[in-house]
Design a protein around this ligand. Structure first.
Ligand code: SAH
Length: 186
């Protein structure tokens, strides 16, 4: 696999991701939000993550910037990247299907919010974040550039570790013992 093809695979991952999200996001937004824990920190974390997973790799794919950070792509690395990219898309689709209208891009509880413990959520507490980790790993494998390849792991890592405890706190306040018990199983 050449660098041109591996970059193309990354673009396909991004397009597939967008197509999956578009429809689910449209439906979820129709359900009003009852409580939101969004704030300046959440906005900053989202921007950092978007820069690492989207903006920097996009600039690299389109312009080749930053050239100084390029290295030679190993074919095995690129094939692994394709494999992880497919896994990321499958996982992402499964999580959106299971979460349905309870999904939100940030920390929100919707009207009639259901605690989802089925499907992919049966064993994994944060499968959508796992899908984002897979994207970040696919990005690192597919883009042979130290900056544009690894910015996803750094950017999403900051969002993940900055958010997950607060999200679990919000779930505990909303669902109490049901979520506490769910945490012991996942
Ligand atoms: N952390 C989850 C969900 C990410 S989407 C995952 O990685 O799969 C973020 C929103 O999902 C939050 O606003 C929260 O309200 C909601 N959420 C998180 N876990 C949930 C669950 N098990 N059931 C229902 N909603 C959940």
């Amino acid at each position: 696999m050449t660098p041109a093809i591996s970059k193309f695979v990354f673009v396909m991952l991004a397009i597939g991701w967008y197509l999956i999200r578009y429809e689910y996001a449209r439906r979820a937004r129709r359900t009003p939000v009852k409580r939101s824990d969004r704030g300046t920190l959440e906005t900053a974390l989202l921007l950092i993550s978007l820069t690492g997973l989207g903006l920097l790799p996009l600039v690299y794919v389109v312009t080749g910037f930053p050239h100084f950070a390029d290295y030679a792509l190993h074919p095995v690395q690129a094939w692994l990247g394709l494999f992880v990219a497919i896994a990321a898309l499958v996982m992402f689709q499964l999580t959106h299907r299971a979460l349905g209208r309870n999904w939100s891009v940030s920390l929100d509880v919707r009207e009639g919010h259901q605690l989802v413990t089925d499907g992919i959520y049966r064993k994994v507490r944060h499968p959508m974040y796992s899908a984002f980790w897979l994207w970040a790993v696919a990005q690192a494998l597919l883009l042979p550039n130290w900056v544009a390849g690894f910015s996803g792991i750094v950017g999403f890592g900051i969002l993940f570790f900055g958010r997950v405890t607060r999200e679990e706190g919000m779930m505990l306040e909303t669902f109490g013992d049901r979520y506490r018990e769910y945490m012991t199983r996942t």
